[in-house]
Design a protein around this ligand. Structure first.
Ligand code: BGC
Length: 508
């Protein structure tokens, strides 16, 4: 049997080996990093709508909530309350750059271990919080944990996975994010009934995935790429044999060694990132994350209970509705695991744009028509209709922009700029998550139903970008992207060195 066989698409090599149980174990453990992130996304909205929590830390918001009917769209608008949610993302933004250095100097595995320790410290401070200062410092530590985990986990997964399964295995990160959000919604639903310390239970449970990652990381290996890059060549080959389950890994090994040699010539990856030939993956990594956030997903993930209360559900029903969107989020992500390496990345992103555009626009129209600034809420039927539309929106996001916002940046940088480039993806995600978390309640208050049209316009822009400028990366080995993708693309090839430009195949 030849060591390199042609893949389904005919122009991409496929290395020998299979997806071993050991790889699946490593993938599952690493994905607990996603669970930490997701749990955090899901827990904040519920906690900030719990009366016990508001009374203790945000008494003015609590007072305003008592006069809920004064202004339907503005009852939760408070910069401090939003700071509770968003401080984490600001910390993660800064931490991701430090994490990128640790990731390339020490490896992916220690970066994940550091993430779990930061996270555990953050859990102690938030769950045990006595005053607002403790809570905010705790959120910052959680943010450092998220910054380190989100930097290392997707790279770890993409480097460990065989090319033909890379999409599916990488999406386990997003799958765990969605499970985290869902579990958090459930926990909030029950803990909101426990007075006066239910919110502490919600915040404390975040320690579970962090502990799993911390302990589980003792069992996992470092990626062969990271080992070989750091001159642990023989260990790298050994790990490659172990994860591929075959003796002959020469071709894949040679390609990693080649990528490492190229990478070593680059002394300053951040400077290299500013060069024209780094522009295609860099622009795409940043824009995918910006677009991901401007779908408006986190307006829903953070504030679903608040949003559903705004349209007229009581606080119990509102939390329950966000449990429903949580389930939809998890199951729709599984669709992506199944389709991403078959249908490819582009088709998922484009289809979802249509679906998300339609749902956002109708939600906006319903609220514009029937939810006035003051006075009554939507009728029951209409409120349920809004929940269904939110589910349709979440479904589209979950099989496209959610997972692919992480997958594509983790697979498209050459090794020499991979950790530095990916840090830009993580920090853009955090920056715009912060912007949405910080601004959404004020935007809802000022733009009212118009906020949904605002997101709909962004969805058109991202659809156009995907259609014209995003190449397909399905099945291409991580260390062959430059030759197989960027040098072949109708637009991005103009940024690459023209010396060995291959005119044979153009990738759309
Ligand atoms: C995004 C998060 C979002 C989540 C929803 C992730 O990919 O980065 O911001 O809340 O998906 O499932």
């Amino acid at each position: 049997m030849p060591a390199v066989v042609a893949s389904g698409s005919g122009d991409t090599p496929e290395y020998e080996g299979r997806t071993t149980i050991y790889v699946l174990v490593c993938v599952t453990i690493a994905a607990f990093g996603g669970l930490m992130f997701g749990y955090d996304i899901g827990i904040s909205g519920g906690v900030t709508s719990m009366d016990d929590f508001l009374k203790k830390f945000f008494p003015t918001v609590y007072e305003r909530k008592q006069h809920a009917y004064e202004n339907n769209y503005c009852k939760y608008n408070n910069q401090f309350l939003q700071l509770f949610t968003s401080s984490l993302y600001l910390a993660a933004l800064v931490a991701s750059f430090a994490a990128s250095r640790v990731c390339s100097k020490a490896g992916r595995k220690p970066t994940m271990q550091i993430a779990s320790v930061f996270f555990l410290a953050g859990v102690l401070l938030t769950a045990g919080g006595l005053n607002i200062e403790m809570i905010i410092i705790g959120r910052i530590l959680l943010g450092c944990g998220v910054g380190f985990a989100n930097q290392a986990v997707p790279l770890f997964l993409s480097e460990l996975a065989p090319a033909k399964m890379r999409g599916a295995l990488n999406i386990s990160f997003q799958l765990f994010i969605t499970i985290g959000i869902f579990v958090a919604n459930m926990v909030n639903y029950f803990s909101s009934k426990i007075h006066p310390n239910g919110w502490r239970i919600s915040l404390a449970i975040a320690g579970v995935p962090a502990l799993m990652l911390c302990l589980g990381s003792l069992l996992i290996c470092e990626t062969p790429t990271s080992l070989i890059e750091r001159y642990k060549v023989e260990k790298g080959r050994k790990v490659l044999r172990k994860i591929r389950g075959v003796e002959n890994v020469d071709d894949e090994y040679d390609s990693i060694v080649h990528a490492c040699e190229m990478a070593r010539q680059v002394k300053d990856p951040f400077r290299k990132l500013m060069k024209p030939e780094s522009r295609p993956p860099l622009v795409i990594a940043i824009l995918l994350q910006v677009f991901q956030q401007f779908t408006g997903i986190n307006a829903i993930m953070f504030y679903a209970p608040v949003l559903f209360q705004t349209v007229g559900f009581g606080s119990d029903a509102a939390l329950l509705s966000s449990v429903i969107t949580g389930v939809v989020n998890v199951f729709s992500t599984v669709v992506s695991v199944y389709l991403v390496d078959k249908a490819g990345r582009r088709i998922l992103l484009l289809e979802a744009c249509v679906q998300m555009f339609i749902s956002q626009t109708i939600i906006g129209a319903v609220l514009l028509k029937d939810l006035k600034t003051t006075g009554g809420n939507l009728g029951k039927g209409e409120a349920i209709f809004v929940v269904i539309l939110v589910c349709v929106f979440v479904m589209g996001f979950a099989w496209s922009w959610g997972p692919l916002g992480w997958l594509i940046p983790s697979e498209t940088f050459p090794l020499e700029t991979r950790t530095a480039g990916f840090a830009f993806a993580v920090s853009s995600n955090m920056l715009f998550t912060f912007v949405i978390a910080q601004a959404f309640l004020s935007m809802l208050c000022h733009m009212q139903a118009g906020i949904f049209f605002f997101f709909a316009v962004w969805i058109i822009i991202m659809g156009m970008f995907t259609f014209f400028l995003l190449p397909e990366t399905k099945g291409v080995p991580v260390d062959s992207m430059v030759d197989k993708v960027w040098k072949q693309h109708w637009f991005w090839s103009s940024f690459m060195g023209l010396d060995d430009y291959n005119t044979e195949v153009k990738v759309v």
